[in-house]
Design a protein around this ligand. Structure first.
Ligand SMILES: C[S@@+](CC[C@H](N)C(=O)[O-])C[C@H]1O[C@@H](n2cnc3c(N)ncnc32)[C@H](O)[C@@H]1O
Length: 205
C-alpha cells in the first residue's frame, strides 16, 4: 500500500466501518465461526482479527500480512490474546498451511491488492476443509478505475475483477454461496460468505 492508503487503513474510521457495517452485514450473510481455526489474510493492523476473536468467537487465528510494518502493528494490538493468535508475515497467494486444514479464510479488502488474485482464491480453497467458509469484502474494478483510486492509491493494473467475475472465480473452484454475495456503492464492493463444497475440484481448468 502507498502512504495514502496506509493512512486510510490505519485510522478509527476504517475500524468503525469494519466493526459497525461490514461485520454485521457478513453476519446476515451467514458467517459462523465460533470455535473455528481461521487465517485472516492481509490483516493490516489487526482490527479484523480482533473482531474475529472477540465478536465471532473463533478459537484461533493466524493473522498474515505481506508488510512487516503492518505485522508489527497487529502484533502490538493483539498481544493480549496470547496463544489464540499468531501474527506473521505471509503472502495470500502462497499460504503456509496444509491442504484442508482450516475452518475459514477471511479477506477484508486484500485480494484486489494481489497481482495473481486467482492464485489467492486457489489457495483459499486449498487450505479450507470441506464446509469451510471463505469470508470476503473486496474492492472491485469499478472502484479501482475511479479517478480518486487511480490518483491517490496504487493497485495492480491487470486482471482486475468485477463483482460477477470474483464470484464466478469462487464458483469455478467449487465454492457455493448459500446467500448471494452483495454489492455496495454502485458495484465498488462485493461482500459475501462462500462455502467450500465437499466436491470441490482439486485443479479446475
Ligand atoms: C487495504 S489493506 C486492508 C487491511 C485490513 N484487512 C483492513 O481491512 O483494514 C490491504 C492489506 O493487505 C496487505 N497485502 C497486500 N498484498 C498482500 C498479499 N499478497 N498477502 C498478504 N497481505 C497482503 C497489505 O499490506 C495491507 O495490509
Amino acid at each position: 500500500m502507498n502512504r495514502v492508503e496506509t493512512l486510510l487503513m490505519n485510522n478509527p474510521v476504517r475500524a468503525w466501518l469494519q466493526r459497525s457495517y461490514e461485520v454485521p452485514l457478513l453476519e446476515r450473510l451467514g458467517v459462523r465461526l465460533a470455535g473455528a481455526d481461521v487465517v485472516e489474510i492481509g490483516c493490516g493492523r489487526g482490527v479484523g482479527t480482533e473482531l474475529l476473536l472477540e465478536r465471532w468467537g473463533v478459537a484461533h487465528v493466524t493473522a498474515l500480512d505481506l508488510d512487516p510494518a503492518m505485522v508489527a502493528r497487529a502484533r502490538r494490538r493483539l498481544s493480549r490474546h496470547g496463544e489464540r493468535v499468531d501474527v506473521r508475515t505471509g503472502d495470500a497467494s502462497e499460504l503456509p498451511f496444509a491442504d484442508a486444514s482450516l475452518d475459514a479464510v477471511v479477506d477484508f479488502g486484500v485480494i484486489h491488492h494481489v497481482p495473481a488474485w486467482r492464485d489467492a482464491v486457489a489457495q483459499a480453497v486449498r487450505v479450507l476443509r470441506p464446509g469451510g467458509q471463505f469470508v470476503f469484502e473486496e474492492v472491485t474494478r469499478h472502484a479501482l478505475e475511479r479517478w480518486s483510486y487511480r490518483t491517490f492509491l496504487e493497485h495492480p493494473e491487470h486482471d482486475r475483477f468485477s463483482p460477477q467475475e470474483f464470484v464466478a472465480e469462487l464458483e469455478r473452484h467449487g465454492f457455493v454461496l448459500p446467500e448471494p454475495a452483495v454489492t455496495r456503492f454502485f458495484g465498488d464492493f462485493v461482500i459475501g460468505v462462500a462455502v467450500k463444497s465437499a466436491t470441490t475440484p482439486s485443479s479446475p481448468l
